[in-house]
Design a protein around this ligand. Sequence first.
Ligand code: CUA
Length: 389
Amino acid sequence: MAVVALVALAACTDDYSPYSSLSPRSSAAEDIHGVYKLVFWMALVVFIGVQFAIAYVALRYRRRSEDETRPPQIHGNKTLEIVWTIIPAIVLLVIFIPTVSIMYEHADDAEEGAYVVEVYGKQWWWEVHYPYMGAPGEDGVNTSLVTANEVVVPVGQDIQIKLYSNNVIHSFYVPQLIGKMDVVPGHENLLSFTVTEAGRYFGECAEFCGDSHAWMRFQVVALEQAAFDSWVAAQNAGPTTASTTYGTDDQGLVTFPEEFGICIACHRVNGTPAQFSPIGIDEEPGTLDEPGSARTSGPNLGLFACRSTIGAGILPNTVEDLKAWLRDPGSIKPGNYMATAIKPGTLTEEQIEVIANFLFSLEPEGGCDSVQPGPGSENYDAASVGLGD
Ligand code: CUA
């Protein structure tokens, strides 16, 4: 049994376990892992103690002869009762105190994270806002930089995640970085953590929230500070490849092909005039039967070519997968709102080709490699974004 347990547990320490809290990559996840280890070792001590006690009693008091006399029959023993009430109480206390103190510590930390990222749970994807990091608005104050399904953060910074929803309850869960936190309509929930190592960390919605709950994935992409800063600059500068291919309007924004016109009611694209669809939670969410604009709006497609996945983490972002998505999004992600407008045959193959080419031209100056490894980079493989087979 010990050998089997060792082999089984050895797998848990594998470095590549992206959906496991056993390979923590943030300060907060380390704390949680510490409590987990405490519980594990205490449980192991109890387990071994009980097994030895069973073996000892079975051997020591076994029937040794043909002697038919019954041993003394004991009913109740106050000392024993007290001992086996006190021991578990102490065990529970030893687990309870550090668990609760870490919960309170994390709740306090979450109040004052330095680097604010707002995450909005949508059905069934995530909108990500970086307050005051976008281009200056008409009043001269910087707007929020908005993106979707990839929460890009700098390594080593104290990140504060503010969670919002205006539809149903979701739950933000990145096992390697932090414990679960519900995303509740009408309420601001906070999380904070400091990522210790650059990389991609996989997240899932962890609260049943409708048809495609199981497909509501996301990633936290942790970049070194310099790479993060250039990612922000690239998002704000807009897509340069697209501007050479499709030209720009009198404000310097990329003009998109006519075929893309059907997309802009729901999708915004940073650096282009596609800026109509509602963002955040202020717009009317409507109901499931009669969705309002905030419910039907879709992910921001800024620098789309550099995204690692499409459909909120369910397909690798390749031209072929994108085309399949554009042909029939409803068959890939049941219940999604895009499928109410785009059914098989809605877009012709020619239109799909034009839209796919346009989206894959949304690259920053210097290509995607200059900001973050994505499908545009040579080393891109689906396994690296958690979609390998
Ligand atoms: Cu959102 Cu489950």
